[in-house]
Structures are given as C-alpha cells and as structure tokens.
Design a protein around this ligand. Structure first.
Ligand SMILES: [Zn+2]
Length: 156
C-alpha cells in the first residue's frame, strides 16, 4: 500500500484501518450491541474489568480471552462527578451553553470505572455513591457510543 503524508485537506478522507480495537474490546462491543455490559474476570485475583483488558492491572496476570467473561447488569455506582460547560470529546471546542455532568461510574460487579455523562441531572442533586443506570442510544451498533450516558437510577 502506497503511503503519502497529508498535512491538510478539506473534504472527506477515506482511510483503511491497519489496526482494530483488539479481541478483548471486540467482545465488549459485541455485548453493547446486545445492550449488555460484559466484563472480564482475572482468574488470579478475581478483579473484574469493564471495559475488559488482557493483562490484569493489579496482579499482572494475562487474562485468557475465553472463559473469563462475566455479564453484568446495567446499573452502577457514581464514584465521582464533575459539572462542566466543556465537552469531553471535543477538546478544541470552546464551551457548551449547557452544563454537563460527567460521572465516574463503576458498574455493579466490576472493580473499575468508566467515564460517561449523567443525563438529565442537576449538579445540586448529585451525590457520590448514588446508583445510576445505563441509558442506551436509540440505535446500538457495537461502539462506545451505544451507551448514551447514565441516569440516576429510580427505585431500589
Ligand atoms: Zn489479577
């Protein structure tokens, strides 16, 4: 494949990918496509990773690709949060008009956390330790965007 450096271009660029997310993240995205959150459990220290990873960050055990998957629910705990007018994904964009709450969420049954917006919430109503649940995007297609965000969980 011939390569050429492009320093600046306008319009649509089509690029063939040389890498893909990998076998572990692929399973995670397969789960999202079915509106399920799956994690991987370290066979040695039993820590559960969401999103999954190949090597345990705690005990450095290589987690096998098969036999270690656990299906978790769509609820989690808010470990921390911040309210901001800046967007997370577009760092060059100046400001949003709207205040967004970004949460650090630990899915129940996992030992790690993910960052997602908390939807339809007010900063004043937020509390560390409160229960949240996944809000799926209307169209799920096996990407991180399948999770639109989280909302404060109702009921028990
Ligand atoms: Zn481990």
């Amino acid at each position: 494949m011939a390569q050429k450096w492009i320093e600046r271009t306008e319009g649509i660029v089509r690029a063939d990918y040389a890498y893909w997310v990998g076998k572990y993240m692929d399973k995670f995205y397969d789960g999202l496509e079915k509106q399920k959150i799956v994690g991987i459990k370290c066979p040695s220290c039993k820590k559960v990773y969401v999103p999954p990873r190949k090597v345990c960050g705690d005990c450095a055990t290589t987690i096998p690709l098969e036999g270690q998957w656990v299906e978790l629910g769509t609820r989690g705990t808010l470990l921390n949060f911040t309210a901001t007018k800046y967007t997370v994904s577009e760092r060059r964009k100046k400001k949003n008009e709207k205040m967004t709450i970004i949460g650090l969420i630990q899915i129940d049954g996992s030992n790690t956390a993910m960052i997602y917006p908390i939807l339809d919430a007010q900063e004043q109503g937020m509390k560390i330790g409160m229960k949240v649940e996944v809000v799926w995007n209307k169209k799920v297609q096996g990407t991180p965007n399948d999770i639109k965000g989280f909302k404060v969980a109702g009921g028990a």
